[in-house]
Design a protein around this ligand. Sequence first.
Ligand code: FES
Ligand SMILES: [Fe+2]
Length: 370
Amino acid sequence: MTDIHLDVAGEARLHRALRRCWHPVARSSEVADKPVPVSLLDERLVVVRLGNEIACFPDLCVHRGTALSLGWVDAGDQPAPDGSGTVGEPCLVCAYHGWSYDRRGVVRRIPAVHGRSIPNRARVTRYATAEAAGLVWVLLEPGPGGWEDPSAAYPLPQAGSWWEQPGYRTIPIETYDWACSAARRVENFVDFSHFPWVHPDVLGDRSKPLSPEHEIRDDGVTISFDISLEEPQASVKGDVAPGEKVQREPTTYTLHMPLSVTLDQQLRPSPDRPDGNHFVLFLACAPLSSKRCRSFTWNARTYRLEPENDAELAAFQSLILDQDRPIAESQRPEELPVDLSQELHIAGPDKASIAYRRRLAELAATASPE
Ligand code: FES
Ligand SMILES: [Fe+2]
């Protein structure tokens, strides 16, 4: 792999290339019978369930630029209030003058001139949508096949065995926004050599700062590695007594290009799980802009399955996030420099970051010229 150097224009290319990637915009459960306003890569969008499909449009009515997310869903199976016929399928109705958009983004009804033909330009782009791992994902640019045959730069990240499997309890960690790029946030998530410094006595120990040996696996779509971690506060996971030292081995990180990570940690066996228990964090980060990101997280576990244990585990995650946030938000530039010469990398602990930045640089090189 050759080094690819990105200048300012290159960083802008990365921003554009991310439009060819799937990004999460909401949890599936949040998109019910009302349109939901979301942001992605500096664009205001609306996501809405129309019948069995989730649609995503610019949050902008073509008539007078009103936010479509202020509107509502009409099932399209009843006559309109003026007695005119039904559209015949669910539509998103604009709150200002009642124009009805179908799931393709085409205006099907203009109440003020009902009966006249609807102009061809009365439509909005319908972006590609998908549901995976309990999240709604959006693709803003379809690639060479156009919207008829959209193709993303990477496949959707696959949730592993933890998702919706018997024996696992999966809970959402509260969604949060940080004032840094999504790539900085993801790099922070896979950077374990900060544990003794940012999370002392929680995830790391300052008397043992040496990074564990590890090899990076990089197949072009995922970057992964296994490490052995000694966690000072392991007892929060409920499988060891307070104060007891334990090596978490293996702790497997899988970074799904470009902005999602699965952390799968093997815990000690229990009588009902002689092969060992699992603690899983799945992070899917959305680039709201080049300097702001939103993190969606699931936490899955095979132990302490009773719901009353959720709060303690969620509080443990918030404690860690509150420690990480000021660090990530302080980093400059807010974007992750994918020009490897811009920051000083240390062989060993920074191996995953280096692999990640190389892949991001390759992604940037695929961006269409402006
Ligand atoms: S602005 Fe949407 S219908 Fe007029
Ligand atoms: Fe951290």
